[in-house]
Write a protein of this length. Structure first.
Length: 264
């Protein structure tokens, strides 16, 4: 496969991930990770590192793509700073721990766990499950523990954390606007610490392809970042013009199919 073909493929992947993220309000990692695994297989990357490389690269892209969203929410005052600061230590520790867990799993086992996670997300979308508002008013210790769980699971699967943090914040008493805004900021330390740890854990790992630094593939990172940010705006535009329920069901079916592919 030529270098030009790879670059075009990475740009296309970034465009698709950004569009879907804007369209459905989800993190692009759910699309980027399986697509990168497929792309790395086409490149001949050995299975022992392809899954780890996909997850690490996905987290690296979220550092950049998530920053724009986080800044926008912060400027609109939808970030609950007290809750974010309470979650922050746990998010950082959890992200590092999640990467070390991933580093001790084989590519096959990590892929199986990712497939199960995809099926759970697909089931939630198919059932139309939405976060339930509540008033838990958790203390700092509970918030930190929640941050550890959110950070660990998110770093393990290469996602920004919104799948877990939005329901938690909503149950903690946040409005949906606050939950989404605060979650977008929470994704940055997860992605930053997770990607950095993936570089360290994968440093000089056997079987890494050219262009990889640890478990981050920089050509893929650049291509995805360049295309995903403008295409996220396209996704938001489409979300206001297309039938949301039908699209949600179609996307859930896609996630379920990809999840089953990882399990079979």
């Amino acid at each position: 496969m030529s270098g030009l073909t790879l670059w075009l493929g990475y740009l296309a992947l970034g465009g698709i991930a950004g569009t879907l993220a804007g369209l459905f309000g989800i993190g692009g990692g759910l699309i980027i990770v399986p697509a990168l695994v497929f792309a790395f297989d086409l490149q001949g990357v050995v299975p022992e590192v392809s899954m780890h490389l996909a997850v690490g690269t996905s987290l690296a892209t979220i550092v950049v793509t998530g920053a724009s969203s986080a800044w926008g929410h912060y400027r609109r005052g939808s970030v609950h700073r007290t809750w974010f600061l309470a979650l922050l230590p746990g998010l950082m520790l959890g992200a590092i721990a999640g990467v070390f867990v991933a580093g001790n799993l084989s590519g096959g086992r990590l892929g199986t766990l990712f497939g199960i996670f995809m099926l759970l997300v697909a089931a939630r979308m198919l059932l139309g499950v939405r976060p339930r508002p509540g008033r838990l008013t958790p203390g700092r210790g509970v918030m930190m523990l929640a941050g550890v769980v959110i950070g660990a699971v998110s770093a393990l699967f290469g996602i920004g954390g919104g799948t877990l943090s939005v329901p938690w914040l909503s149950r903690s008493g946040a409005t949906m606007t606050q939950a989404v805004g605060t979650s977008s900021v929470c994704g940055l330390p997860i992605a930053l610490f997770g990607a950095a740890t993936f570089i360290i854990v994968g440093w000089q790992a056997p079987g890494l392809p050219p262009g990889a630094l640890g478990y981050v593939m920089w050509p893929a990172f650049l291509g995805i970042v360049l295309a995903s940010v403008p295409c996220a705006r396209l996704g938001v535009w489409l979300a206001h013009r297309l039938p949301g329920r039908l699209l949600r069901l179609a996307f859930a079916a896609l996630l379920a199919g990809v999840g089953l592919k990882f399990l079979l």
